[in-house]
Design a protein around this ligand. Structure first.
Ligand code: FPP
Length: 239
């Protein structure tokens, strides 16, 4: 293993498109849902590794606005996996001082899962060491249009003036207000797409794509991504 000190803390906010669960299962002759179950185990590992590598914010794309197009049986498994995951890991989040946050159309999350989510959010709301941000029923375009509606409402009711709308103010209307933009975005399973994920927030993030399927993603992949990030020159449009 390379020197931990070299990469620790380099990435403050890591965002991940966890892709390839279905293909992982197919390759093994299993049902797609088995891939999601294995993927949930990887989620737990990455939470632990985030602490080790000084990642303060971890955003995971767990269910997109487009994922509603999947067969209802698969959606049911995904939502119950999420509930199970929270029940199994709530103590860990509390012990590790990690705050849970959800970004997305929370109201669309089925009630049984939403209830558990809300209770873990309440139990961890004062935690400070790290944040686990789950993107659920999330779409970047939905987030932006939702923010536009809220801004328009606040202009109408006189809370803000049109001339004062700038990037900083607009950002405060997004689901991610108070969270810094991701430094690094990882996508597994070799797809070079953004898939409606954090469209506003990824403007200046570095991307790292790996062929590894999400259930197989491990510490060596993460270290490779962090090392690659460390060697990038971020110019933010400058020279
Ligand atoms: C993409 O793989 C993955 C998803 C749409 C869901 C991600 C869910 C998990 C990792 C498990 C539960 C989540 C948590 C937070 C506990 P895919 O199904 O699109 O794979 P494919 O492209 O190979 O078909």
């Amino acid at each position: 293993m390379d020197n931990l000190a070299d990469i620790k803390g380099a990435v403050k906010h890591l965002a991940i498109i966890m892709d390839g669960n279905g293909r992982w299962a197919k390759l093994k002759g299993l049902k797609r849902t088995e891939g999601h179950k294995e993927g949930a185990k990887t989620v737990r590992k990455i939470i632990d590794l985030s602490g080790k590598y000084g990642i303060k914010y971890l955003t995971l794309y767990a269910f997109s606005t487009e994922n509603w197009r999947r067969p209802s049986s698969e959606i049911t498994v995904l939502m119950s996996l999420l509930k199970e995951f929270l029940e199994l890991n709530r103590r860990t989040l509390i012990e590790k001082d990690v705050k849970l946050k959800v970004i997305g159309k929370k109201e669309d999350i089925p009630a049984v899962t939403r209830t558990v989510l809300q209770s873990v959010i309440n139990e961890t709301k004062n935690n400070k060491s790290g944040q686990l941000i789950l993107a659920l029923c999330y779409g970047g375009r939905e987030e932006i249009t939702h923010a536009v509606r809220e801004v328009a409402e606040d202009v109408k009711n006189g809370k803000i003036k049109t001339k004062n709308i700038d990037e900083k103010l607009f950002s405060s209307y997004l689901y991610t207000s108070e969270i810094p933009d991701p430094d690094l975005m990882i996508r597994t399973s070799g797809e070079f797409r953004i898939s409606n994920f954090l469209l506003w927030q990824l403007s200046y993030s570095e991307f790292w794509i790996t062929d590894t399927l999400w259930p197989d993603f491990d510490e060596s992949d993460l270290v490779e991504a962090l090392k690659s990030f460390k060697n990038r020159k971020r110019r933010y449009g400058g020279v």
